[in-house]
Design a protein around this ligand. Sequence first.
Ligand code: NAD
Ligand code: UDP
Length: 312
Amino acid sequence: MRVLITGAAGFIGSHLCEKFLEQGFEVIGLDNFLTGSPDNIAHLFGNPKFNFIKYNVTNFIYIQGKIDIILHFASPASPKDYLKHPIHTMKVDSIGTLNTLGLAKEKKSRYVLASTSEVYGDPEIHPQNESYWGNVNPIGPRSVYDEAKRFAEALSMAYFREHKIDVRIARIFNTYGERMRQEDGRVIPSFITACLKKEKIKIYGDGNQTRSFCYVKDLVEGIFKIATEPKISGEVFNIGNPEEYTINDLAKIIKELTQSNSEIEYLPKLEDDPQRRRPDITKIKTKLNWEPKTPVIEGLKKTIDWFKTVIK
Ligand code: NAD
Ligand code: UDP
């Protein structure tokens, strides 16, 4: 079996490449290194089942030979990244999705779209289940990501309905772990980096907003199930860990785990920042028998240990 993973040199993409290689698949990784790095996949280059192509998925994609599954994970994912690259983000989630779906049609591949909890925007129902349509500001700063992912979902479903492509959509909630960049801007790497470097922890808003955090190794197990389970064509799954924390509590926990004295600095709330987020994972639990296994404290300890090896 041969899979194509776009965004292969990114945080989740690199762990996915490892997972599929471990399971005996041949993996073609594709990435333009916009927010990823060759360091994330350097250890895979000697593997004869791994091929890498440096490429921008917004250009027409040609790949020789069969492809059984395409996993489209290329896209800036951190708010800091997509606010820095707003048009690129919209292109990779629209034109990049169109190109990879076109390739799936040509190769008769199964297709897995990396969507996001951001399609729910600043949600009015809590926790969020797959039938909720969301509350997104279409012209706010985050819309470059939220609306592009909503378009990517709509386009994937159009290919499912019109061309009978075996599409599966993963709505990924906040995920963390090894290989996130120190300067990535997302809350867990930012707080760990601040604590280890003895810098101030910056909290945007009053810190009472919540998120629910999934450890990356758990996430890739779930994505693997979404990609390999038969007969779930056209289905959408929330995937994440329902353990919910306020940002204030997260800061407290990371300070304790790193034994840090870093001060907390409160800064103005980010525009359209979702105030509560927790996945309802009933569907993926019931249909795919998946649920996260790593408690947040355990995952944070592993992540902190890894950050200690990269922060000198
Ligand atoms: P990441 O930024 O680490 O990885 C994204 C990768 O895509 C990078 O390696 C980047 O270089 C690559 N890329 C960007 N534009 C490209 C292009 N035009 N052509 C080829 N490659 C390109 O982010 P991540 O956290 O690993 O996220 C991966 C996917 O999962 C994204 O689609 C994201 O929207 C989705 N997701 C992630 C999370 C999370 O918490 N990490 C949550 C929801 C959804
Ligand atoms: N956040 C923060 N300090 C940081 C980074 C993020 O207070 O250094 C807050 C941010 O305002 C949001 C939450 O943490 O409320 C999660 O932000 P992140 O960028 O990790 O992901 P999001 O879920 O917003 O995409």
